[in-house]
Design a protein around this ligand. Sequence first.
Ligand SMILES: *Cc1c(COP(=O)(O)O)cnc(C)c1O
Length: 340
Amino acid sequence: MIDLRSDTVTKPTKMMRQAAFDAIVGDDVYNEDPTILELEELSASMLGKEAAMFVPSGTQGNQVAVLTHCVSGQEVILEANSHIYFYEGGTISAFAGVQPRTIKGIRGEMSPDEVEAAIRVDDIHQPETGLICLENTHNRAGGAIVPLANMKEIYQRVQNRNIPIHLDGARLFNAAVATGISVKKYARYTDTVQFCLSKGLGAPVGSIIAGTQEFIMKARKWRKRLGGGLRQAGIIAAPGLVALKTMVDRLAEDHEKANKLATGLSAIRGLSIENKVDTNIVLVNTEQSGLNANQFIEILKREEILAVAFGPNTVRFTTHYDVTEHEISNVIEKIAKNLL
Ligand SMILES: *Cc1c(COP(=O)(O)O)cnc(C)c1O
């Protein structure tokens, strides 16, 4: 099987497995796991934040951020197709008791004017705006890079209003590698940031959430409440360290593979590419082929290729380090043959 459903399907590298085996561990609920501490320190310094905390998943990282920043009854401004709004089971409402206020973006980018206009005024009838969430790269926009200038503009406009900004940077390293802008630079325009070790970076488990020392102290309590306090977690942090030290630059290869796939598929009659392929995600529209997304995926399966239906006529392919250039060529060939 050539599995292009997500960049989460990768298996840990040999080095990661060895690092897990060799990890020096302690009880992280007591803050005594040296490997976790090393991962948190490295992450904080890469992001230019005071402190960082390991969480088992990106979803938990985002939820801890919302819970820590907000109180119930507040409102969170976020993009209408953002992961937090679309893919986290309504948790911000269920757990944090906040109400989402969505803004439709273009390629994941919210208009600063619309964000500013959505901020609530001091009025007994209205909820308070408790948080603004950004996402970079933007998953449902097809791995789109949200420009640094957009993040900066939104950040600067809310500076005097005392409203924090959280960045869902599950794939922030993809944005950094594709643009040459460091994750630290991106993180400058957001108060807190979550990134995934378990996506393109290839670690088996885990995400990082970073912010001020004070924020992380409060966040530790929310993580514990959510059941995310782990014991000898160095076993899973060690592969995360390997991911940060060895897997960042090679994300460029994933982007090349996505480009190659997009170019190849766009030449096949009946298929078109919906997104500008900035990073490692390709959204293929199947409508002109007479097949809907589910029918297309069934054909792919017979050819031992896995992808996901993303809309009625949209199929998402995600490249990662466990798929070779040669396999990408095979995928293009097999699809071409089937659609002739
Ligand atoms: C995958 C993803 C997450 C959540 O990560 P999990 O580890 O799967 O919970 C959050 N935000 C974005 C944009 C993602 O793509």
